[in-house]
Design a protein around this ligand. Structure first.
Ligand code: AMP
Ligand code: ZN
Length: 470
């Protein structure tokens, strides 16, 4: 078996990775905050995690993955208050949309999707443990804070300079910058607006609610145990979210919290991070309405290495739609092929090797995808050449299926509805007539009109075949 390597944000190097027990990877992936449908930037991170999950399985390990749904935090409470709803009324519909969108993008099911509000007792127990260990204290405002100077490892993930650590000073909100590296809230004393929207629970420190960072530590350890193999998220979570997760978990257990940390880079639009705040978000529902398949989105995301920034543009998406169409055509052709050549067999072997090598080397999806397109080119040529070797075709199908199981970029065949089909048939008849009277300008105009509706046509001996591509 070839080695498997990942870039570990903790050591800042690409290192060999294997699960501690040699069998099952305990994987925790920070999930969405469900107050708004996740945007394509969020989904870039979740698609990176999906690739990671599938490649770990390809390497031969089992995966036990947790992706949390954050259903109580500052942002959700603000939204619920504005809308006069409970947090549950805000989060339930968004959770359903998340799963719908995720399925559209073919993101494989994690084993667990815990909601933070279902783990309040575990969160309270974790805070109690921290208080007992002398690293957490209740302040005058009633909230419980983590004393960062009491935990020697504070700052090891984000490499905080010790000068930046302001001991004694406190930060109450969940989101803050490195300049404000202060004691952060584990348990927040309830305010009237928390009570009003159902975001307050009894605790040894009075009514209150968990801080966002605490939620992930408690859910991760409750489900996967005190040391995880892998922890993932977007790069913006390194500080403070993941730094604080490490502090809370390790100060409680005395054990390493995660053996390896992996972070995905941002999706940008026009050079700016895609973010709800910036107002440049694109949702999966928008793409769906525009006829962009989940397969095309996957192709687009995997065309760039997960540790590089990726810019969203109409051109790039069009390119991906075209690319996955080629993959679908090849899939169809391969399924129908009867025989192949020796060279096809060789190309299949080479492809499998290159594909695995690329993915096992820190998830190099662009290289794995390039290997796939090289294989498709060569295989198409070999299928043109004819050949009678059934085992070569079998082998080609086998490696193509293997790649498909990881990248999952073959689009669904598009069923044209009756009205569209009738329109296309009419256009094709008109085009045939135009060609018969040698009016090529008219024939081309019809072709353009078909093209604009995503109808691809192919003239062959038996007439013109067509298919809808969106
Ligand atoms: P949130 O719902 O804000 O908690 O974010 C969910 C996930 O999306 C986190 O792992 C973030 O790091 C990630 N994320 C947020 N914005 C982007 C972006 N523009 N590109 C890539 N990942 C992002
Ligand atoms: Zn988290």
């Amino acid at each position: 078996m070839p080695g498997f390597k990942l870039y570990n944000s903790l050591s800042r190097t690409v290192e060999p990775f294997a699960p501690a027990d040699g069998e099952t990877v305990k994987l925790y992936s920070c999930g969405p905050t469900i107050y708004n449908p996740a945007h394509l930037g969020n989904f870039r991170t979740f698609l990176f995690t999906d690739l990671l999950r599938r490649v770990l399985q390809l390497r031969g390990w089992k995966v036990d993955q947790v992706m949390n749904l954050t259903d109580v935090d500052d942002k959700i409470i603000k939204r619920a208050t504005e809308q006069g709803k409970t947090i549950r009324e805000v989060t339930d519909p968004v959770a359903s949309i998340f799963h719908e969108d995720r399925k559209y993008l073919r993101i494989a099911d994690a084993e667990h999707y815990p909601r933070a509000t279902a783990y309040i007792p575990q969160m309270i127990a974790l805070v109690e443990r921290l208080v007992r260990n002398g690293v957490a204290y209740q302040a005058e405002d009633g909230s419980v804070y983590f004393a960062i100077r009491k935990f020697a490892g504070y700052g090891k993930l984000s490499r905080l300079d010790t000068r930046e650590i302001q001991s004694g000073a406190r930060v109450a909100q969940d989101d803050y910058s490195k300049e404000n590296a202060q004691d952060f809230a584990l348990w927040k004393a309830a305010k009237p607006e928390d009570e009003a929207c159902g975001a307050a629970w009894d605790s040894p420190w009075g009514r209150g609610r968990p801080g966002w960072h605490l939620e992930c530590s408690a859910m991760a350890m409750a489900i996967l145990g005190e040391t995880l193999d892998l922890h993932t998220g977007g790069i913006d979570l390194i500080f403070p979210h993941h730094e604080d997760e490490i502090a809370q978990s390790e100060a409680a257990t005395g054990k390493p919290f995660a053996r390896c940390w992996c972070h995905g880079e941002f999706l940008l639009t026009d050079g700016a991070k895609m973010a709800k705040r910036v107002g440049n978000v694109q949702n999966v529902a928008d793409l769906r309405a525009e006829g962009v398949s989940g397969a095309a989105v996957r192709h687009f995301v995997y065309s760039t290495h997960y540790r590089k920034q990726l810019n969203l543009s109409g051109d790039a998406l069009e390119g991906s739609m075209e690319a996955v169409r080629r993959v679908a055509d090849f899939a169809e052709r391969l399924a129908a092929a009867k025989g192949g050549t020796r060279a096809l067999d060789d190309a299949a072997d080479r492809f499998e090797n290159d594909f695995r090598a690329a993915l096992f080397d820190d998830l190099n999806a662009p290289e794995a995808m390039a290997a796939l397109f090289t294989f498709i080119r060569v295989a198409n040529k070999e299928l043109d050449a004819g050949g009678t070797d059934a085992s070569a075709v079998h082998r080609a199908r086998e490696v193509f299926a293997l790649a498909d199981g990881i990248l999952d970029i073959v689009p669904e065949p598009v069923e044209a509805d009756g009205a569209l089909a009738a329109w296309v048939e009419g256009q094709l008849a008109a085009r045939a007539e135009a060609r018969a009277r040698r009016d090529f300008a008219a024939a081309d105009a019809i072709r353009d009109a078909l093209d604009a509706k995503g109808i691809v046509i192919e003239d062959g001996a038996g007439g013109t075949r067509w298919k809808a591509t969106r």
